[in-house]
Design a protein around this ligand. Sequence first.
Ligand SMILES: Nc1ncnc2c1ncn2[C@@H]1O[C@H](COP(=O)(O)OP(=O)(O)OP(=O)(O)O)[C@@H](O)[C@H]1O
Ligand SMILES: [Mg+2]
Length: 151
Amino acid sequence: MYLNSEVETALLGQRLGEQLFAGSTVILTGDLGAGKTSLSKGIAKGLGVNEMVKSPTYTIVREYHSGRLPFYHMDIYRTANQVQDLELDDYFYGDGVTVVEWGELLGNYLPESFLKITLLQSSAGRNVNFEAHGLRYQPIIDDVEEYFLNE
Ligand SMILES: Nc1ncnc2c1ncn2[C@@H]1O[C@H](COP(=O)(O)OP(=O)(O)OP(=O)(O)O)[C@@H](O)[C@H]1O
Ligand SMILES: [Mg+2]
């Protein structure tokens, strides 16, 4: 899938956020500045979060509770070596939606099932690639791919 602009990145996030479920995890991977935070903000919007979503770069995890489900937003780029101190499974197997920027760095700490989204710079826009780990994510991928086809 190709996203022409930040607006489309946000739209993809929103469409995802409308469908993600309690205990879902989204791993965002890609270059520096690929659009991971933009996508996260869209997911928050799709969940109905009305607080301001800020990049969690220096806090590891920010929690938002104003949406349909709790939204847990992490960025582990600078903190991957500290994640064992976090009760990550409380997030992954909890009642909310967890989004982890640079989540591939979790290695063995990744949950059993998750949706992995890779964003890569490509000319002025971004290429997006989806990978479902676990059965519940494929229908969501199918939906967003169809949605952007028809846009
Ligand atoms: N589809 C897109 N096309 C062009 N620019 C985009 C697109 N999506 C997001 N951007 C822009 O890319 C820039 C970086 O976005 P963002 O901060 O979300 O990336 P990031 O992956 O979170 O970066 P970091 O690696 O620093 O956490 C922003 O200026 C944003 O507007
Ligand atoms: Mg970011």
